[in-house]
Design a protein around this ligand. Structure first.
Ligand SMILES: Cc1cc2nc3c(=O)[nH]c(=O)nc-3n(C[C@H](O)[C@H](O)[C@H](O)COP(=O)(O)OP(=O)(O)OC[C@H]3O[C@@H](n4cnc5c(N)ncnc54)[C@H](O)[C@@H]3O)c2cc1C
Length: 402
């Protein structure tokens, strides 16, 4: 039996060509025992802290902002250190462990999970994947403690799905890069100090380059906090870049190869988003099954009616399948496979839509209560909707040729 080539093998790409490469998925990837044990300890302390915050999460959703003091608590609990390698002071979680951690956070609050997730999944992922030793030494210890919070700056008013159309420019001047442009809807924009910025660089090597930009650079400014439908307490702002001088040592990856950097970050980050969706599903299933057992109509608990059982059955099938699909992609990444773009896209599309179906049906089971702010359902629905839009819309991910 020939071993699969880790650079080029992809189970789903092969399947599309009618070839079944079992060696890629058998044995089914599993989390390492030691990592599972340390996660359990971490979750025990997180649960003790977060279970006291439910009222606060609800208030911050209504207000549309979380206080800086809570972000400081997130730092103390190590929520910005999840994927930073241990040698730089982080927890060094694998893709599998990280995905599981985001699942845990989403069980408490979507904005909390997004704040931690945008930092790790996309904000500083480029540094972890493409940074050189000097860049890692310079920034990773600060990113691990949360002294620096990270954000990913790709989208512009004229470049959403068509990310290659960005107009933010980086030009060479006096031995430096000078960046001008505006990035919109940047998660963590109002609290971040470290930005992975993509800018057009008309160089023979390629059209886009990724840069590390820091808040202390002259000309970097965040806009006002966006008033959103969901994940309202998370920070989303415009980032203005005006004549920002960036030294060569802050180029991330190779000059001209920034589009590849962006796509690799997004593909790799999808296991975090997938984990979040699974957490959201589990929370909704727990809430609506409890509700269905307690609520009596026609003389019995509504949980006894076949139609309600069927709805819950479908949710559980969706949740189990999403967890398996996300675990498969994370396992492939942890096993060192490099071509998981198709699998990651499938996992994002499936998990985000499964979450949407689940929260919708959970709200339906709760009936009128589901529509009331007092219960968790309407917030879960508002918080879930974004997942089908950001980190590549599901429509775009359904078209592998784009
Ligand atoms: C709350 C929030 C947080 C975000 N965080 C970040 C962030 O941290 N960093 C960042 O860089 N960006 C961020 N974004 C931006 C996000 O990634 C984009 O909104 C997303 O990529 C879609 O771009 P768009 O909104 O411009 O939609 P458009 O590209 O204008 O698309 C509009 C619609 O048309 C569809 N469409 C477009 N082209 C096609 C096609 N060829 N075929 C079929 N359908 C198509 C899309 O699927 C969509 O439904 C965030 C957005 C939001 C709302």
């Amino acid at each position: 039996m020939t071993k699969p080539d880790k650079k080029t093998s992809s189970f789903m790409r092969s399947l599309c060509m009618g070839k079944i490469e079992e060696d890629l998925i058998v044995p089914f990837p599993a989390m390492k025992k030691e990592e599972g044990e340390s996660l359990r300890t971490i979750f025990d302390s997180l649960n003790g802290w977060l279970k006291t915050k439910d009222k606060d999460f609800r208030e911050w959703d209504v207000k549309g902002e979380m206080p800086r003091s809570f972000v400081d608590e997130m730092k103390e609990f190590g929520l910005f250190s999840l994927i930073v390698p241990e040698e730089f002071g982080g927890l060094g979680l694998s893709a599998t462990g990280y995905s599981r951690a985001l699942q845990q956070l989403t069980m408490y609050d979507g904005s909390l999970a997004l704040t931690a997730g945008a930092h790790s999944s996309i904000g500083m992922k480029g540094l972890v994947l493409f940074g050189n030793d000097e860049q890692k030494k310079r920034f990773l210890p600060k990113l691990a403690t949360g002294e620096m919070i990270a954000a990913f700056c790709l989208t512009e008013s004229g470049a959403g799905s068509d990310a290659a159309a960005i107009r933010t420019k980086a030009e060479r001047k006096d031995g430096k890069w000078v960046i001008n442009g505006e990035k919109i809807w940047i998660t963590n924009g109002g609290i971040a100090d470290f930005f992975t910025v993509f800018a057009a660089t008309d160089t023979p090597e390629g059209k886009i380059t990724a840069f590390i930009v820091t808040k202390d650079m002259k000309g970097v400014r965040s806009g006002t906090h966006e008033d959103k439908m969901g994940i309202r307490a998370s920070s989303t702002t415009t980032i203005y870049l005006e004549n920002v001088e960036v030294p060569d040592e802050n180029v991330l990856g190779e000059v001209g190869k920034g589009f590849k950097v962006a796509m690799k970050i997004l593909n790799n980050g999808r296991t975090g988003l997938g984990g979040g969706c699974i957490g959201g599903m589990k929370k909704a299933i727990a809430a609506c099954t409890k509700q269905a057992k307690q609520r009596k109509q026609f003389g019995r608990a509504i949980a006894e009616f076949g139609l309600i059982k069927q709805k819950i059955g479908n949710m559980v099938v969706d949740c189990y399948t999403a967890e398996a699909v996300v675990a498969m992609v994370a396992g492939n990444i942890d096993d060192g496979f490099e071509d998981y773009a198709v699998e990651a896209a499938i996992s994002k599309v499936f998990a985000t839509e499964a979450l949407w179906r689940t929260v919708d049906e959970a709200l339906q089971i709760a009936g009128g209560n589901g529509f009331m702010r007092e219960f968790m359902y309407e917030r879960a629905m508002r918080d879930s909707r974004i997942n089908r839009i950001f980190e590549g819309t599901n429509d775009i991910l359904r078209q592998p040729d784009l």
